[in-house]
Design a protein around this ligand. Structure first.
Ligand code: PLP
Ligand code: COI
Length: 366
């Protein structure tokens, strides 16, 4: 489909302006949604059809829709930022479009063409622009594209019908503590993904499997789970919804920024990829390699590791204060946000909010 045309059905009962203002001023994360959503359908033999912007509201699904039984579902997460000149731009949405396609392929679903993915973002921002949090703050508009198998039937095979939808949610900090350091639970009872599995795809099933370990982490007072590889239970992979970075060295000496190499079972984060570029520009040596849980715990304890942080669209860059595990806990440095974490966070958020030059053409006006 070239130059997609979206039908528009305005919401006859939008959220009243005063209530909207209240929500946008204090949105939290993922709790409130704008007045509209985008839907596009796919059917075997017909392809993608009927792109539309419709009132936000419940989806009607047959109880035998395949997604409800076999979990054929994928999603994305990206943000749109109000720019100082009044325009709205998002950060590397082409990369989300490409990851959405590769997730679709892994889940045996119809890949959505990038032009439809990108056009859906522009359409929704256009109708719900009044919901955009203002420039200059921590808030942004979180965009959640997703796709489900809507064919009716209980046979286990790729569906012949899909629904793509896009919803939008004004968003503040993902963690209730804002950008304060979080504690992380190093999980040895469960793994997130194995080689050959779906770890590199952004599918709901990965997150369903993470909920029990996440509850376990919460029992230990931790905000997130750090997973180890499934084969050796030795190498750090990532967290339930973020990638991990380690800073070796500090002060006047050389600084090396290390992140686990893409193992095939790690989600290739767009923030991760961007920070590898920015850290190099800030003069750090950057390395993608295996890092063991033992190296993390020992390095944090003996000071070789000076900073640890998590990164992702929702979490942006969040410092890790402590790592807890079955046999104890280690505080990273003094438990406060370190200088490399802070510089990277400031640079990334300045680029996203139009406060620093976009030298890599990462921002796309919606
Ligand atoms: N890892 C997982 C499991 C995630 O859910 C996310 C969030 O999308 C990330 C990493 C970070 O990816 P990105 O930086 O593209 O948001
Ligand atoms: C994101 O950062 O967009 C995520 O998907 C992480 C989590 C909210 C699922």
């Amino acid at each position: 489909m070239s130059a997609p045309h979206f039908a528009r059905i305005p919401n006859p009962a939008p959220v009243p302006e005063a209530r909207r203002a209240e929500i946008v001023a204090n949105p939290g994360f993922g709790r409130y949604f704008t007045d509209h959503m985008v839907t596009i359908r796919w059917k075997q033999g017909e392809g993608w059809h009927d792109p539309a912007v419709v009132p936000y509201g419940p989806l009607t699904l047959d109880p035998a829709s395949m997604v409800l039984h076999y979990g054929q579902e994928i999603f994305e997460g990206l943000k749109a930022y109000q720019q100082p000149d009044g325009s709205v731009a998002s950060f590397r949405p082409e990369a989300n479009a490409a990851r959405f396609r590769s997730s679709a392929v892994r889940l045996g679903m119809a890949p959505l063409p990038d032009d439809l993915f990108l056009a859906s973002l522009s359409e929704l921002i256009d109708v719900d622009r009044a919901w955009m949090p203002p420039a200059g703050g921590e808030e942004s508009m979180y965009l959640r594209p997703f796709m489900i198998a809507t064919e009716v039937g209980l046979g286990v095979r790729p569906a012949s019908e899909y629904l793509y939808a896009l919803i939008a949610s004004p968003a503040g900090a993902y963690f209730p503590g804002g950008v304060r350091p979080v504690d992380v639970w190093l999980c040895t009872d469960y793994t997130r993904a194995a080689i050959g599995g779906t770890g590199a795809a952004k599918c709901g099933g990965n997150y369903a499997a993470s909920l029990l370990p996440q509850a376990q982490a919460a029992e230990h007072g931790c905000a997130q789970v750090a997973y180890l590889d499934a084969a050796e239970r030795k190498w750090v992979e990532e967290m339930g919804g973020m990638n991990l970075f380690y800073v070796f060295g500090s002060g006047d000496g050389p600084v090396e920024v290390v992140t686990p190499e893409l193992s095939g079972s790690i989600l290739p984060g767009i923030t991760r990829d961007s920070l590898l570029v920015l850290a190099k520009e800030l003069g750090c040596q950057v390395t993608e390699r295996k890092i063991s849980a033992q190296e993390w715990l020992e390095g944090a304890a003996d000071g070789r590791i000076s900073e640890v942080f998590a990164c992702g669209t929702a979490a942006v860059i969040t410092p890790v204060g402590r790592v807890k595990h079955n046999d104890g806990e280690v505080t990273v440095a003094d438990g406060e946000p370190g200088p490399v974490t802070t510089r990277l966070r400031n640079l990334l958020t300045a680029i996203q909010r139009g406060g620093a030059p976009d030298t890599h053409s990462w921002m796309r006006t919606l």
